[in-house]
Design a protein around this ligand. Structure first.
Ligand SMILES: [Zn+2]
Length: 293
């Protein structure tokens, strides 16, 4: 199955610093998210593909009509947190407040239940899997925060987390996980299905890995297709490269992708999974190799 997903955030949300967004001025950081998302919505309409859009509460608060437009066009709405702060940088109470406020503002905006979630920068990992219990408490049924490889801000480095599975949370509950997959490559994991990986890899290679896998979770941001966005200051050289490489050709690649493959939303994909035979994983024990079945 192929799943198409977007994290709805502005170009400057590549910064995760606490309080950064409260202090930004519109002249210094002009918003581009509405135009960027509208470009994507029009593109998806051309091929009649529905996707899942994980929206920041920060965006919902400023541009509620953008979110209702995404919903009106038949796409699925999920939460991408409220503030875009890394979950790994917050204590439990702050994570709870962030998740709660993001879901409330989304549900008030679209008058529908929000049941899918993706953490900023995939920042649910071994040390904060208690966040999954908070998600369940707020009605989230499907999490998409697990990144099945090394990541700057999260990621599960152990093998076996690159297909749908059930996570046994620290409290003993189960939550459905549709992770970012990876391809085995030269003894490691090669990421190919979104963000900077999609922008830097040639399209024929991405297509090759997608054809080989029966599970592809594609993840993008509006800024992945916006070559005119400003350059963000104060990034490390590595982050600057990852954030800006390949912007010029990415929209062309996306056009190829949605012409070559069919896609499901997260919830429709989850309906097609036989959860009775899905593996049970405990990511808070993954460092020690625990796998329940
Ligand atoms: Zn994000």
């Amino acid at each position: 199955m192929n799943i198409l997903s977007f994290d709805v955030e502005d170009w400057f949300h590549i910064r995760f610093d606490q309080g950064f967004f409260e202090g930004v001025s519109c002249s210094e950081y002009p918003s581009r998210v509405v135009d960027s998302v509208m470009t994507l919505l029009n593109l998806l309409d051309e091929v009649d593909i529905k996707a899942s859009f994980f929206c920041l509460g920060w965006v919902v608060e400023r541009y509620p009509s953008l979110i209702t437009e995404i919903d009106r066009r038949g796409h699925e709405i999920g939460s991408h947190s409220f503030s875009h702060r890394l979950l790994t940088s917050m204590d439990k109470m702050s994570v709870k407040e962030d998740i709660s406020s993001s879901i409330k503002i989304l549900e008030d905006c679209i008058s529908k239940k929000v049941q899918i979630y993706r953490a900023p920068a995939f920042s649910i990992c071994e040390k904060n899997s208690w966040a999954l219990d908070i998600l369940l408490d707020h009605g989230v049924e499907i999490d998409c925060s697990v990144f099945s490889g090394p990541h700057d801000f999260g990621g599960i480095k152990k093998n076996g987390f690159n297909k749908p599975f059930l996570i046994k949370t620290p409290s003993g509950s189960l939550i459905k996980e549709l992770p970012i997959g990876s391809a085995p490559f030269l003894g490691g994991n090669l990421m190919y299905s979104g963000g900077g990986y999609f922008r830097i890899l040639p399209y024929f290679l991405i297509k090759y890995f997608m054809d080989k896998s029966n599970y592809n979770m594609m993840y993008f941001h509006p800024r992945d297709f916006d070559p005119d966005q400003p350059m963000m200051n104060n990034l490390t050289i590595a982050r600057r490269f990852k954030s800006y490489v390949g912007l010029g050709g990415s929209l062309r690649k996306l056009r190829c992708l949605i012409a070559d493959f069919t896609f499901l939303t997260v919830t429709d994909a989850a309906r097609s999974v036989d959860w009775n035979i899905a593996p049970h994983m405990e990511i808070h024990k993954s460092l020690h190799g625990e796998n329940l079945r």
